[in-house]
Design a protein. Structure first.
Length: 393
């Protein structure tokens, strides 16, 4: 019989070979699916990879060489797993809205301070990045729907936040470490920091830039280098995201014209995501593209500009019909892709609200394509629909 006094909560970083793990703590859950003795450093590394921070160790069943003889440390009781409340999509989206508002306020504040010549402080962005990662881990779909509600007048703010969110989402898909996700998010939030020094008339010009104006716009990356040189505590990964998102594999990008392997994985990720988010956003001079149309453009930019293998991975990560995007069904109904968890790309749950055949709104209905004799005919851009889908998110 296990003596509860011999069960000790230990940080994963303090684990050693020979300790007998009875439970692992993941976020707010205690999981006891894999009890057993730690027999190799690989097992500890796997716990770290899975973002496990604490485990529960039975001192009595651990090897004596571990120094965890019974009662030699302050005993703790194995906690009962807490009851986890199921959070509704509405609650998740409200939380995502608050996070988006908080992020926009922070980015606006830092842009203003940078414009005034003040140095960037990294810590607030790290806190925001942690909240963003939690949002992605708990319910990425909620944030995707909020991200779909774009304002052309707040493009610079929303683009930075969406790039950060997409970097975290893509990084999670690629099984990158949580600390790397945090650095990616910070880089994403700051990636356009140099634009505070670009002439406003050019930055917000409602039309195609002249060659001279485009050369001035490209200076935002030179400005970013100057700003980040004065920024203390910014990691190399965050810097790569900020300073490499306009580089190209063939060396014809800017600001440094680096090529091939000189562009890190994180820089290559930011190149893809920066373009994708810009294409799918409404701007003062263009309408938003559907994700499917944006994917075609990304593929057309391989392999000279973008990393082809990574673009395909990004498409798999986001999905041909991402949550939050608009699609038309074979019966003419239009809906928002609402839920795609544990489903193949062609059979999400849709929130249908409009008939493109009859050109009028319909009663809102949730359509599960695994259970209906209809299929997605095509993805839609919001502008092609002719009506505002915003109230249905």
């Amino acid at each position: 019989m296990v003596n509860k006094a011999d069960i000790i909560k230990i940080a994963v970083r303090r684990l050693s070979i020979g300790m007998y793990v009875t439970a692992i703590e993941r976020q707010d859950l205690v999981n006891i699916a894999h009890p057993g003795q730690i027999k190799s450093t690989e097992a500890i590394n796997q716990l770290n990879k899975n973002n496990i921070k604490y485990v529960w160790v039975d001192a009595n069943r651990s090897d004596p060489s571990c120094g965890l003889t019974p009662h030699t440390v302050e005993p703790t009781q194995t906690p009962s797993p807490p009851v986890v409340k199921k959070v509704s999509r509405e609650q998740s989206q409200e939380k995502a809205k608050r996070l988006m508002a908080e992020a926009k306020d922070l980015v606006q504040k830092v842009l203003s301070e940078t414009f005034e010549g003040k140095a960037v402080t990294v810590e607030p962005f790290e806190d925001l990045a942690e909240n963003m990662i939690e949002s992605v881990m708990l319910d990425a779909d909620a944030f995707k729907c909020i991200s779909a509600l774009r304002s052309k007048d707040a493009y610079l703010l929303e683009h930075s936040i969406n790039v950060a969110f997409l970097l975290v989402t893509f990084g999670k898909y690629l099984a990158l470490e949580r600390d790397v996700l945090k650095q990616l998010a910070v880089g994403g939030i700051l990636h356009d920091i140099g634009k505070v020094k670009v002439d406003n008339k050019i930055l917000h010009k409602p039309g195609r830039l002249t060659p001279e104006e485009f050369e001035h716009m490209k200076l935002h990356q030179v400005f970013a280098q100057e700003i980040l040189a004065e920024t203390q505590g910014l990691s190399q990964i965050s810097r790569d995201v900020c300073l490499m998102h306009h580089e190209k594999l063939d060396g014809k990008g800017y600001p440094n014209g680096i090529a091939g392997e000189q562009i890190s994985l994180h820089g290559r990720m930011s190149c893809i995501i920066d373009i994708f988010d810009a294409l799918t956003a409404t701007r003062c001079y263009k309408e938003a593209m559907s994700p499917a149309a944006a994917f075609k453009i990304l593929l057309s930019l391989t392999p000279f500009h973008l990393d082809e293998a990574l673009v395909y991975e990004f498409i798999r990560c986001i999905g041909i019909y991402p949550v939050g995007s608009l699609v038309q069904l074979s019966d003419g109904r239009v809906g928002i892709v609402w839920d795609a968890k544990d489903r193949d790309a062609l059979h999400p749950v849709l929130k249908c609200f409009y008939s493109n055949t009859h050109k009028h709104y319909i009663d809102v209905v949730m359509v599960d394509l695994l259970k209906q004799d209809v299929h997605i005919e095509r993805g839609l851009s919001p502008s092609s629909l002719g009506v505002d889908p915003t109230p249905f998110y």
